[in-house]
Ligand binder design. Structure first.
Ligand code: AHG
Ligand code: MN
Ligand code: MN
Length: 362
């Protein structure tokens, strides 16, 4: 490491691969392409108004929305294009799926097909772009069905989180970071903007099991289910309440930035299932938000859950499936799961939330 005294992401991946002499190198090349896409997005985000990348994608044409009915920002679309263009050519992928694309993306026939599937949220927290608050990209790597030379289908992507080969995110904050798990702990890299390289700065990231910090969008409280209400009420009650300690509350509205804070110093994040919109059992998406962040949390000694069952065990039923998500410090997530499993208290039986939904649905 003569240049900087630190390992680059490339060196880290090569050294990891030496532990598996049979590995082809495809996986490393894929991760480096993903990291390249993240560097391109980081640059676009950093230029902001100077790069003419702020604002709505098609404001002039009356605005543009993605498959999920959400406004697409210019940077959502640009980031999605970077992911596609920078990873499609290498021969490592059989297909991709993204928050910004309705159907799976087929690798153009001009490029060789590979053995992995890439699933991503190209820009998480995009409502924060125009106000210069941290955003990020989230990705998950799955195996493609073996030995089949055909187009990928939605069903190929519907694998539980336990099947992930790797997951990670990039955070475009005061510094740009790249956080990765290949199922062997969690490692963090910081972008050296002069070298254009991710340098290993955070080996063996771990989430403390206990915390006094929680993150939830409290404006939804009237839609919460009773176990969530109970958990938050107890946190708010502080020293004089049943928890006998004071809690701090945070809400950035970029899940990836909340996940990063929790990786750095602990905490718990909740975007639980609620009754705001019966068509949406939760706000966040299973395949490209909950599963990759869940994998990272579990690999760092934290926990990720639907509130009822471990997130990574959930069998997906749709590419853009939404789900209740709770993750972070292990003891807090376990407590929230316990509250969901306990029979409702007498007083809660009168709560209409209990009548509308069964406690035992995922
Ligand atoms: P995205 O920008 O990819 O659509 O995701 C935004 C998500 C997530 O990052 C954040 O936690 C949540 O939306 C914020 O939701 P609220 O606006 O309800 O707070
Ligand atoms: Mn997102
Ligand atoms: Mn997004």
């Amino acid at each position: 490491m003569p240049l900087t005294g630190r390992k680059t992401l490339t060196q880290y991946l090569i050294e990891e691969r030496r532990r598996f002499p049979e590995a082809s190198g495809d996986f490393n090349a894929l991760i480096l392409d993903v990291a390249m896409a993240c560097k391109a997005i980081a640059r676009a985000v950093a230029f902001g108004a100077l790069g003419d990348v702020l604002g709505n994608h098609a404001a002039a044409a009356g605005g543009s929305v993605n498959v999920q009915g959400e406004t697409q920002e210019k940077l959502d679309v640009l980031s999605n294009d970077y992911f596609l263009r920078i990873t499609e050519w290498g021969g490592h992928l059989a297909g991709m799926a993204s928050e910004e694309m309705d159907a799976p993306y087929q690798i153009p026939s001009t490029y060789p097909r590979g053995k992995y599937l890439l699933v991503f949220d190209p820009l998480d927290g995009s409502s924060n772009i125009d106000v210069n608050v941290s955003v990020g990209s989230i990705f998950s790597v799955l195996r493609a069905p073996a030995g089949e030379d055909r187009e990928v289908t939605e069903a190929d992507f519907l694998q539980p989180g336990t099947q992930q080969v790797a997951a990670g995110y990039a955070l475009y904050g005061p510094t740009t970071m790249f956080v990765l798990t290949v199922g062997n702990g969690v490692t963090g890299f910081t972008l050296d903007p002069n070298l254009g390289e991710f340098m290993l700065t955070h080996p063996d990231l771990t989430v403390p099991a206990d915390t006094q910090e929680f993150a939830i969008n409290a404006s939804n409280s009237r839609f919460w289910e009773a176990p969530v209400k109970r958990y938050v009420d107890e946190c708010l009650a502080g020293k004089t309440g049943p928890r006998a300690k004071d809690f701090n509350m945070r809400w950035i509205a970029s899940m990836v930035a909340e996940a990063h804070r929790i990786l750095m110093r602990g905490g718990v994040f909740l975007y639980p299932r609620d009754c705001k919109d019966p068509a949406k059992p939760g706000r966040l998406r299973l395949l490209y938000e909950a599963n990759p962040i869940g994998f990272i949390m579990e690999q760092a000694g934290g926990r990720a859950s639907t509130g009822r069952v471990p997130m990574l065990g959930v069998q997906p039923d749709g590419l853009h499936q939404r789900i209740g998500l709770v993750f972070g410090s292990k003891h807090e997530v376990e407590r929230i799961e316990r509250y969901h499993a306990e029979p409702p208290a007498r007083k809660d039986l009168d709560n209409p939330l209990f009548h509308e939904r069964s406690l035992f649905r995922v």
